[in-house]
Design a protein around this ligand. Structure first.
Ligand SMILES: NC(=O)c1ccc[n+]([C@@H]2O[C@H](COP(=O)([O-])OP(=O)(O)OC[C@H]3O[C@@H](n4cnc5c(N)ncnc54)[C@H](O)[C@@H]3O)[C@@H](O)[C@H]2O)c1
Length: 312
């Protein structure tokens, strides 16, 4: 099936990620069938979509006249079978648990039409681990969104060993049609692209703090006010095309042996977690938090992402 023939999307599990994924397809004109475990969870998802859309109209990313028609295209279902029986594409976004996801994929395979593509929003599992639960491994892949999905355009499209080129092309084109920026991961590996890069940066940041080179606040200042800003506009390959690869070769020659390369969990991270200093949710991490200061940070991030979302 080609992307332009797709009409109906099902989203299974409409928590933090799933409701945002459903919202985007509904806004783009698709009929979206959603499924979760209870009427309350379904209601909450629709409520969350309504308040997101309200926020998006206030910042000018959505027109007020798009809101009600968008919401009208969302159809909640308590029965999984009902939710997926007319689907062209199913996106699964339930808890991150292999057994649960395999069980869901087995049911999706049973109840979704034979032509339907089955995609998972998993952050850590590989498409092949889900495809084995189905009789259509050629139509299974990962479509990994970033949070919040309605402000971050990236979706990593990860092909499994048996995913067909047709499936990859259809999902890639579908996502492009609704304004997402898909990136293709050709080989299934843990962390795909985005989380491998983020974890590499975080490992070095933790090492800098652990060695007493700088406080966490100053590491964050460097990222937010220096190269982090540039990275919102250009990727590393683009940036170093401009700087010149000879320059980065010289930098690597002198720096590489000094930066962190351990495959152990960073001791500083282990200590933080052992002390229960988990960040916003316990009121303390590398910073101290009140509910108000945490909300202020969330708002600051959302406002900045909304600004960037306006860029061409
Ligand atoms: N949170 C993130 O930042 C993020 C980012 C990218 C990808 N992901 C991935 O997205 C998926 C969902 O994560 P989340 O953060 O939205 O979790 P969440 O806990 O907010 O939502 C999960 C939803 O799945 C529902 N659910 C659980 N079992 C179900 C079942 N058997 N049938 C139907 N619904 C069921 C839950 O009721 C809940 O509403 C995970 O695979 C996660 O790895 C999360």
């Amino acid at each position: 099936m080609k992307a332009e023939e797709i009409r109906t999307i099902s989203v299974v599990g409409v928590g933090l990620m799933g409701h945002g994924i459903a919202q985007e397809f509904a806004l783009a004109g698709y009929e979206v069938h959603i499924h979760d475990l209870s009427p309350e969870k379904l209601q909450q998802a629709v409520q969350n979509i309504r308040s997101n859309l309200h926020m998006l109209t206030q910042i000018g990313l959505v027109l007020p006249e798009q809101v009600e028609p968008g919401l009208g295209r969302i159809h909640p279902h308590l029965e999984l079978r009902e939710a997926v029986s007319g689907a062209d594409v199913v996106i699964e976004a339930v808890f991150e648990n292999l057994e649960l996801k395999q069980e869901i994929f087995q049911q999706l395979d049973r109840w979704a039409p034979p032509h339907a593509i089955l995609a998972s929003n998993t952050s850590t599992l590989l498409p092949s681990q889900l495809a084995v639960a189905t009789r259509r491994p050629d139509k299974v892949l990962v479509a990994h969104y970033f949070n919040p999905p309605y402000l971050l355009p990236l979706v990593e499209v990860v092909r499994g060993k048996e995913t067909s080129q047709e499936t990859v092309t259809t999902i890639y084109d579908l996502l492009t049609r609704i304004g997402k920026k898909p990136a293709l991961v050709q080989k299934e590996v843990p962390g795909f692209i985005g989380n491998r890069l983020q974890v590499a940066l975080l490992r070095e940041a933790l090492s800098i703090v652990q060695q007493g080179i700088a406080h966490p606040q100053d590491v964050d200042i460097v990222i937010k006010n220096g190269f982090g800003r540039r990275l919102a506009a250009a990727g590393v390959f683009e940036v170093f095309e401009i700087a010149g690869w000879d320059l980065i070769l010289a930098v690597m020659q002198y720096l590489l042996s000094d930066i962190e390369s351990s495959s152990e969990i960073p001791p500083l991270l282990q200590e933080k977690v052992a002390r229960g200093e988990l960040g916003v949710k316990t009121g303390k991490g590398f910073y101290d938090w009140t509910p108000e200061s945490a909300e202020k940070l969330r708002q600051r991030i959302a406002r900045a992402l909304a600004e960037i979302a306006r860029w061409p």
